[in-house]
Design a protein around this ligand. Structure first.
Ligand SMILES: Cc1cc2nc3c(=O)[nH]c(=O)nc-3n(C[C@H](O)[C@H](O)[C@H](O)COP(=O)(O)O)c2cc1C
Length: 376
């Protein structure tokens, strides 16, 4: 049924402007009756940051920016949904067109620039989810409302105090979020990525973790994740992981879109400004994931994102160091069938090796990936 829906919708979506196509998909998810996906194989169950995921495959931030369809996405079979990026105040983002499909490369470039309906509108929607108002403690954090919904937060473009934006968002979203992601890696808000720089990041995370502790009594202990850019230099990554460890974040997402353009990208749209995602990002994102894994030394788990467009690519992410993975651009080209393909690939691997979880694969290739020539 889902496969049919997918096959019918995709040719139509391909002829639309990418942002219009995306709006249409959100509308379909809001209003079309959706069958629930089959229950997941128990061997896909994954525990991370104190949460129990029914499977390790999430939908990345940017797809459901305003929390319009988290429950529909969970029903389709995602193990978790990351809503956002949400900014404190509503803001329109950059002028359109601002999303480009690179068909020849199976990539996407976006320069949306944190178009957000703002915290209040998103909070209202999340609070209206079934049972969420009574979501108080971490054991219930994933059960109420039917699944794991993380909230990705970012600063307003014109904010006078960006750190205060993140602190305020943690305080407001902790009671309704399974986890909160600190996004300092969007390339489309001028200066935002500078917040990954050692001393600024240290100040940011200190204040964010402090805010999390302050609200724990009424909101439960909300895991805090840090989402980074794949464009960091290795010395900068040393600093970032060092700060994340010393400030005791609960995990990292590696990573966001790249401002680089690999020479292999041949679509005309590759010259558009913005962050590149999808297949052309895979090699760099996987390398940065493995580099992060060897620096994190198991202190916290990692979420791998960037260019996953097949079961094989998903498995490579786990083997490079991801406990959980997230997909977005792959869905644009492969449709929802990608989610099932990834689940099937994981299960086939577990069957073949007679394993009962993916745990032992996490980071199995990290050392060899970091020994390869730098991806171009
Ligand atoms: C259209 C679009 C919008 C995005 N918006 C956000 C966002 O608001 N916040 C964020 O942290 N990442 C955002 N991302 C980045 C994704 O979450 C993800 O990190 C990246 O696209 C790499 O994964 P992929 O290759 O599977 O797409 C966006 C990506 C795309 C394609």
């Amino acid at each position: 049924m889902i496969g049919l829906y997918d096959r019918l919708a995709r040719p139509l979506l391909r002829v639309l402007d990418p942002e219009d196509a995306h709006r249409l998909v959100i509308r379909m998810l809001q209003f079309a009756p959706l069958p629930s996906s089959a229950a997941d194989d128990e061997r896909l169950a994954t525990r991370a940051f104190g949460l129990n995921f029914k499977n390790p495959i999430g939908i990345a931030a940017g797809f459901d920016k305003h929390a319009e369809v988290p429950d529909a996405l969970l029903r389709l079979g995602f193990g978790f949904v990351e809503v956002g990026t949400v900014t404190p105040l509503p803001q329109p983002g950059n002028p359109r067109p601002r999303v480009f499909r690179l068909d020849a490369d199976q990539g996407v470039i976006n320069r949306l620039g944190f178009n957000s309906e703002g915290a209040e509108a998103v909070l209202k929607r999340l609070a209206a989810r079934a049972g969420v108002p009574s979501l108080r403690f971490s054991t219930e954090r994933q059960v109420r409302g039917g699944g794991i919904v993380g909230i990705n937060v970012g600063a307003n473009k014109d904010s006078a105090d960006r750190i205060a934006d993140y602190v305020g968002l943690i305080e407001r979203f902790a009671p309704v979020a399974s986890y909160v992601t600190i996004n300092v890696s969007s390339p489309n808000t001028p200066g935002l990525r500078n917040m990954q720089q050692g001393s600024v990041l240290d100040d940011l995370l200190a204040r964010v973790i402090d805010a999390r502790e302050r609200v724990t009594q009424h909101a439960g202990a909300t895991p805090v994740l840090l989402k980074i850019a794949p464009d960091l230099s290795l010395p900068d990554l040393d600093d970032v992981v060092g700060v994340a460890r010393s400030r005791r974040v609960d995990g990292m997402i590696v990573g966001n879109t790249t401002i680089g353009r690999p020479p292999s990208a041949r679509d005309n749209a590759a010259s558009e400004a913005g962050g590149l995602s999808g297949r052309p990002l895979f090699a760099l994102a996987n390398r940065m994931l493995a580099e992060t894994f060897v620096r994190a030394e198991g202190v916290f788990p990692l979420v791998g994102a960037g260019g996953i467009d097949s079961g094989k690519a998903a498995l490579a992410k786990i083997r490079a160091g991801a406990t959980l993975i997230q997909i977005y651009s792959g869905l644009v080209f492969r449709g929802l069938g990608l989610l099932d393909e990834i689940k099937r690939a994981f299960i086939a691997t577990l069957d073949r090796d007679r394993q009962d979880s993916l745990k032992d694969y996490v980071g199995a290739d990290a050392a060899s990936v970091t020994a390869e020539a730098w991806p171009v």
